[in-house]
Design a protein around this ligand. Sequence first.
Ligand code: C5P
Ligand code: ZN
Length: 483
Amino acid sequence: MVSDESNITGFLDSAAEAAKAILETVKEDGFIYAFSHLDADGVAAAGIIGKALFRLDARFRIRITQWVDEKIMDEITSEKPQLIILTDFGSGYIELLNERLADSKIVILDHHQIVGEESANFVHVNPHLHGIDGARDISGSGVAYFVAKKIDKVNVDLAPVALVGALGDLQDKYDQRKLGGVNRKIVEDAVSTSSLTVEKDLIFFGRETRPIHRTLACSTNPFIPGISGEEDKSSAFLASLDIKPKHGEKWRALRDLSEDEKKKLCSALADYLLSKGLRYEVANLIGHVYVLDNEESWTPLRDAREFSVLLNATGRMDKPSIGVAVCMGDRGPALEAANRVLKDYRRTISKYLGWVLEKPERMKEYENIYVIYGENFINDKIVGVISSILSTNLPSPEKPLIAYANVEEEGLAKFSARTIDIMTNKGINLGEVMQVAAEKCQGNGGGHNVAAGAQVPIESIDAFIQIVNELVGRQLKGEKIGS
Ligand code: C5P
Ligand code: ZN
């Protein structure tokens, strides 16, 4: 769906209204408390709002959390801010906000599905209110960006951060992994201010930061049997194509290849994947790459997708303020710290993956799903990442995967469900599955068709798994499971 201009006008008008509410509060020297979601999009949204407020010399504080709950409400009521801003979440919590903060001034900048109807004191900016698809046409950081631009045009320099957020939320769903819809307008802003170049290229992760043989060996998407995970085989593959791994003493990254070398590599990879029967992967070798021209080469900020992983890492490893500072422009201590967090994050993920694969009882196959029993070993903020990685490498790829981790102190288990795109055509909608199953277990669940989550009481874990297995089976038979 390419969003209609009149829808966009309505959306931009609501962004202007939010900007007005923010400017009024700043003019009265009011205190602003901004909350944002802890994934890459949420951290990017917080950075954008933070930078806009900083430029206004406003009094504000930013807090990044995994969800909005009673504890957050208590915190807000005790601080008594003159304005509350929620970015990349909020639209799903309208009832709670009504109940607890009916007398507060609130600005919600979100792109998730809206649940409930808000009271008049809310300024609610959400693409769904204007017939725009919030799942792929604009993200939370995109919404924050349009508000920031209405606050002051100077904030157009935050366009790249908004795109990082959109890519973090996997909104590159247009042909050949392109950003479309309202995101296209942000791309245009970034290109016209010379901060972005969009290229069509081999779309391997690490094209800016890793030696070529490592880029291929580290690839999980696409997974290249015999090369993924095997650096020496990857080096041999490149040598067979006469692609030099180094220029003098320096390793070469994918982006250093000449056009000829790229063509040679691409067609050799395509032939290789086809020889293994992996036609689908061949179609995904080439895609749109978003290069942030103002960032240094060999940093994870140069490729917008790598930047989004860095932000995600800071959020998931309990260091979101570092990610926010990077989004606000800190390329000194914050970037150094972010690089350390990224290393730590990668180490943690490979530790968890190793742990899951070590013993069969840690990942069980059911009739319709796989389940990862993360229990107290996997951190609940990282279980979603593990679920995403493993869901694309399952023995039966058509079975959705749910992974969970315990949150002991809350008496809850955090579930993350993932499946592959093609399963949505076969009737799978994990958002519905999580919502219905969680409700049956006195929990809370929801999300998108290919990625969804739930929190359920620890004592209901087994029941929840059984219900999910059954609901997925029913969806596969074409039955409707929701109300
Ligand atoms: O937490 P996780 O990454 O697994 O969530 C996947 C998606 O499901 C996210 O977009 C998240 O916002 C959504 N979700 C939801 N309601 C929940 C849990 C997750 O809408 N209770
Ligand atoms: Zn988002």
